[in-house]
Design a protein around this ligand. Sequence first.
Ligand SMILES: Nc1ncnc2c1ncn2[C@@H]1O[C@H](COP(=O)(O)OP(=O)(O)OP(=O)(O)O)[C@@H](O)[C@H]1O
Ligand SMILES: [Mg+2]
Length: 257
Amino acid sequence: MTMPMIGALPEGKNEFALYVEGLTVAFNGFVAVNDLNLYVEKGETRVVIGPNGAGKTTVLDLICGRTKATSGSIRFKDIELTTMSEHKIVRAGVGRKFQTPSIYETLTVRENLEVSFPRGRTVLGALAFRLTADVVACVEEVAEQIFLSTHLHRPAELLSHGQKQWLEIGMLLMQAPELMMLDEPVAGMSVSEREKTAELLNRIGKDRSMIVIEHDMEFARHIADKVTVLHQGKVLAEGSMDHVQNDPRVIEVYLGH
Ligand SMILES: Nc1ncnc2c1ncn2[C@@H]1O[C@H](COP(=O)(O)OP(=O)(O)OP(=O)(O)O)[C@@H](O)[C@H]1O
Ligand SMILES: [Mg+2]
């Protein structure tokens, strides 16, 4: 059997949501992402793992337009993202959750979800829009999914750390992104919160493509269709969880520690 080359376009008639090719970014000469190729199928949940400083967060920064690439291409549904602004990338259907939750602490759970509905963003300010029936319905549906139906009236600052992480996922869901990217969504969560988050991601991952950065291998195994191991800005290994966990190079640079 011939092994496919790491980082090569997978063969077959798969449909891809995201094509990342030759992606490179250097910060003052330090190459954080180095000629990276990454192909994510429609409906796939891809988990990205790797040691600290491997370039995982930087890859998400590049895809969502927060960081500009030095060279290379990122195509999402035939749209080239590398030249687009961050908010246009959001409107194209790419949603991203950061490593630390960025919710509005003083607003209630309901208000946090309402302002995340795309029509909510007006020049008059986040809350200056009419709450139409579809916004209300969307809020209720999302609150149910993120286990916060009974907390809609609570100020977000009173939520537990795990609930804040769920709320931020909910804020992304309000935008109904076709590609959702999450950076360490279960960091700091309890075991039961991790299990519920895996259940949540498996449910919302049915309708969309996802890229999830995670250090928790147990959690990764529960949600991943495929795993990419990054090391020094490059793909070190790619495949099923079993495949990458048994790869001696992955054990050496990451799992063995
Ligand atoms: N804006 C920046 N300017 C300079 N260096 C940066 C910048 N962003 C990232 N880096 C560097 O690029 C490398 C990759 O960082 P990145 O945050 O992507 O790693 P990571 O894989 O997400 O690590 P972790 O698991 O710790 O979150 C690091 O050495 C980091 O210091
Ligand atoms: Mg990171």
